[in-house]
Write a new protein. Structure first.
Length: 510
């Protein structure tokens, strides 16, 4: 099961169509199927794969990247690194995903089918600050090209797009590159990034945002030659709507000839939620018009496609056989033994001994999923079998600041219900509520998440739910929205610290 989606059931939809942190989306149609991927930064598995038949109802069908490379650099959480802004394309009967790792360069993987198997990452171009790559195979000439943006934090350069000729097999770039759009030369433009490259009506087109994630606009650039010169125009901006940004995304044309544009909006702790906009090409001057004459739409007619049952990416999990669903990602590359399979239902996590057991932000073995973008209630049941003093497990809302509620084994062998938080200044954990005995080492855990991602924690020790502590306002990471997390850990030391079991993970509307 999952929370309600964007389909209103009357032939219309309400934005956002993906109401959680599906950052930097790119979209593609192959036949009657629509495919989408998004940034995953340092979490693993990475590069989520979403599928739809109508651009409104989406399901998560897997991930394209099992582990981040180089593996040694992602054995610990890297919340602002890893997979940035992928581009999804289909060429030569294969699916392709290109992305930029700001610390290593431009990578690509490819597969014969969207669900895989995908190749291991191939480094197309090494370098720091190379981000947001997008390839284009020109069917008219047989040439291949790639455009990318720059991260100033690594390269000292931003606000420009660089173009390359690319080998048709996608393995390497054939030149040193040329700046094809320098937005420093465009009055009022700054932080141009996230380019998506297309061929349309005899021209090369680049759709790219500028002006900053929370305050900017969508630009369109066109040229007769790939290397320019390019004309430009603003084609989507906030105007008098509540959609700040609106930021980068991708254009897709249906088999029926309709044009649509998917982009994200930055919403604080909820991360970057995805909107669907109608799009058309002006008959007079040939420029695209996105949304309602350049303003984002809130409610709109669905694409003229066959009706589909309502769907949204899954959130709930019974963990059959100890296996977790596709919606879960580890905070870093996983290692054997963090979660164990077994004959029944329920997630069994090892209380991994760690030097940073008192700071969840540093632990790689936290299992996470996206914080829903609307009010909801999150519930799970926990049993702590960890025997080592200090062994603990719980349900967390994670960001630059975080809060968790769960169970801890004390030095005298008893188990207590604890509620802890850490502020965003990097300081250590403190109590968020009073500790109390947990007979049998069991507890029901609940978080009620209201407007503004304000979280109220509850526990149930067998006599009904009780509130704990003050309301906690969830916060994002640097580039990532807040996350829901399940964890088990123990202080560093010798010997096995035991396990913790989670059952019936549910996310429901209030």
């Amino acid at each position: 099961m999952s929370l309600p989606g964007a389909d209103l059931g009357d032939g219309t939809y309400a934005n956002p169509v993906l109401d959680a942190d599906w950052s930097d989306p790119d979209v593609l149609r192959v036949g009657d199927d629509y495919h989408l991927t998004a940034s995953s930064f340092g979490r693993a598995p990475g590069l989520p794969l979403l599928h739809s038949r109508d651009l409104v109802n989406w399901t998560l069908v897997g991930h394209a990247l099992e582990r981040l490379e180089p593996d040694a650099e992602f054995r610990l959480p890297r919340h602002d690194r890893g997979v940035w802004a992928p581009a999804l394309r289909h060429h030569d009967d294969r699916f392709w995903i290109f992305w930029g790792d700001p610390d290593h360069g431009i990578f690509q993987i490819n597969a014969p089918a969207f669900r895989g198997p995908w190749t291991r990452p191939h480094l197309v171009k090494a370098g720091k600050g190379l981000i947001d790559p997008c390839p284009l195979w020109d069917e008219e000439t047989g040439e291949a090209y790639l455009v990318h943006a720059w991260a100033r934090s690594r390269s000292g350069v931003k606000n420009r797009l660089t173009g390359h000729r690319m080998h048709p097999d996608g393995t390497e770039l054939l030149d040193e590159g040329k700046v094809i759009v320098d937005a420093d030369r465009i009055p009022g433009w700054f932080t141009l990034e996230g380019p998506k490259l297309y061929r349309h009506d005899g021209r090369f087109w680049i759709l790219a945002p500028a002006g900053g994630v929370g305050t900017g606009w969508q630009g369109a650039f066109r040229a007769r030659d790939f290397f320019g010169p390019y004309e430009h125009r603003v084609v989507l901006e906030q105007k008098d709507t509540g959609v700040n940004g609106p930021h980068q995304g991708g254009w897709v044309r249906t088999r029926q000839g309709e044009d649509w544009f998917l982009h994200f909006q930055q919403r604080g702790a909820y991360g970057r939620v995805v909107h669907l906009q109608p799009m058309r090409w002006e008959g007079g001057d040939g420029w695209p018009v996105i949304g309602d004459d350049g303003a984002p739409v809130a409610v709109h007619r669905k694409p003229a496609l066959p009706p589909q049952p309502p769907a949204a990416p899954a959130t709930d999990d019974d963990f059959p056989g100890g296996r977790y669903g596709r919606q879960w990602q580890w905070s870093a590359n996983p290692r054997d033994g963090w979660a164990t399979h077994h004959s029944g239902d329920g997630l069994r996590l090892t209380c991994v001994r760690s030097q940073g057991a008192d700071d969840l932000r540093t632990l790689p073995h936290v299992l996470t999923q996206r914080l829903p973008g609307r009010p909801c209630t999150v519930e799970t049941e926990l049993r702590l079998d960890g025997t080592g003093p200090g062994a603990r497990a719980g349900l967390a809302v994670l960001g630059d600041a975080y809060c968790w509620i769960g169970l801890r084994r004390e030095g005298d062998g008893t188990v207590r219900l604890v509620h802890r938080f850490a502020e965003g200044d990097g300081g250590g954990e403190r109590d968020a509520g009073p500790a109390c005995p947990a007979p049998g080492g069991r507890a029901g855990l609940r978080v009620e998440i209201g407007a503004g991602a304000r979280c109220r924690f509850f526990y149930d020790l067998g006599d009904g739910p009780r509130p704990s502590g003050q309301v906690f306002a969830a916060t994002p990471w640097r580039w990532v929205g807040a996350l829901l997390g399940l964890f088990a850990c123990a202080p560093a030391g010798p010997g096995h610290a035991g396990t913790a079991g989670f059952t019936r993970f549910r996310v429901t509307a209030p």
